[in-house]
Design a protein around this ligand. Structure first.
Ligand SMILES: N[C@H](CCC[C@H](N)C(=O)O)C(=O)O
Length: 279
C-alpha cells in the first residue's frame, strides 16, 4: 500500500491526515496502528480521513494510535478543517463536518491564520448516554469511586466521546501513567473513557493533562478540554469561558449559555507531507 498523507498537529496532539477523495483508504483502519508507530511508521496520536458526505460538506473519521475508531477528535478537526481549506477541497471559511459524534461546525478566521473555532455541539451529561454503567439518566458530578483502594471524585461528560474528569490540587503530583490506564478501562465505562486531570488555577484558567482512550498520554485533547470546562462549570470551579492550558499549548473553550453548545478555539499546524509505504 502507498498512501499520500500530510502531518498536522493541534497543540502537539498529532495526526496523519489522509485525503479519502484521492487515496485508496479501503483497509486503513487495520494499518492505522502501524502508521502511528513512532519508530516503524510515520508516528502520530491518530489517523484522520477526509471523506465525502451525503449530508454535510465533509465526513471525518478518526482512528486512535491503537487502531480503535473514536467518535470525534477536537484537535484533529481543527487540522482537518484547515487542511480542507488549504488543499482547495473547499473555499468556504465555515462548513459542516459529519462525524460519529454528530455534525461539527469549524470556522476559519478570514485572514487564514492557523486558528480555528469549532462548534463542538452540546455536552452529554446523562450517565447512560456517556456511557457510564449503573447510573441511568443521572448526571455524574463529583461522584466518589474507589479503584484499587484509591478514592477518586469523578465528573463525566461526553462530547460524542466519553470523558472522566478528575480535579486535583497539583497536576504535577499525579501519576498519569499509573492511573490513566486503570481508569480508562474501569468497569463502569463500557466503551472505556478518556481521563482528564484538572488543576483549577483560577475561574478563567484551567491546567489539564490527559490520558486518552486508545492513545495513552497526549500533549493535548480538544474534546477533553471541552469536557474539562463543562465539568468545571458543573462543579462551580470556573466561569463558562476559560483558557485550557495543556502540555502542548492552550485552547480557548466556552460553553454558551444561550445555545448550550461548546466552542473550542485553537491552533492547527501542518508540519510535513509524505508517502507511507506498507508491505
Ligand atoms: N482518544 C479519543 C479520540 C481523540 C480525541 C482527542 N485527540 C481530541 O483532540 O479530542 C477517544 O478515543 O475518544
Amino acid at each position: 500500500m502507498q498512501l499520500k498523507f500530510s502531518k498536522w498537529h493541534g497543540c502537539g496532539n498529532d495526526f496523519v491526515l489522509v485525503n479519502g477523495f484521492n487515496e485508496n483508504i479501503n483497509d486503513i483502519q487495520e494499518h492505522s496502528a502501524a502508521i502511528c508507530d513512532r519508530h516503524f511508521g510515520v508516528g502520530a496520536d491518530g489517523v484522520i480521513l477526509t471523506l465525502p458526505s451525503k449530508t454535510c460538506d465533509f465526513r471525518m473519521q478518526i482512528f486512535n494510535s491503537d487502531g480503535t475508531e473514536a467518535e470525534m477528535c477536537g484537535n484533529g478537526i481543527r487540522c482537518f478543517a484547515l487542511d480542507a481549506y488549504k488543499s482547495g477541497l473547499t473555499d468556504k471559511l465555515s462548513f459542516t463536518v459529519e462525524t460519529k459524534a454528530g455534525i461539527m461546525r469549524p470556522r476559519l478566521t478570514a485572514d487564514n491564520k492557523a486558528s480555528v473555532c469549532v462548534n463542538m455541539g452540546e455536552p452529554v451529561l446523562a450517565g447512560e448516554q456517556i456511557p457510564v454503567k449503573g447510573c441511568g439518566s443521572e448526571h455524574i458530578i463529583n461522584k466518589q469511586i474507589t479503584v484499587d483502594d484509591n478514592q477518586f471524585y469523578i465528573t463525566c461528560v461526553s462530547m460524542g466521546n466519553p470523558h472522566c474528569v478528575i480535579f486535583v490540587d497539583d497536576i504535577k503530583k499525579i501519576d498519569i501513567n499509573k492511573w490513566g490506564p486503570v481508569l480508562e478501562k474501569y468497569e463502569i465505562f463500557p466503551n472505556k473513557t478518556n481521563v482528564e486531570f484538572v488543576q483549577v488555577i483560577n475561574r478563567t484558567h484551567l491546567r489539564m493533562r490527559v490520558w486518552e482512550r486508545g492513545a495513552a498520554i497526549t500533549l493535548a485533547c480538544g474534546t477533553g478540554a471541552c469536557a474539562s470546562l463543562v465539568a468545571s462549570v458543573l462543579n462551580d470551579l470556573c466561569d463558562r469561558k476559560a483558557r485550557l492550558e495543556l502540555d502542548g499549548g492552550d485552547l480557548a473553550i466556552a460553553w454558551d449559555e444561550t445555545d448550550n453548545n461548546v466552542y473550542m478555539t485553537g491552533p492547527a499546524k501542518k508540519v510535513f507531507e509524505g508517502i507511507y509505504y506498507s508491505e
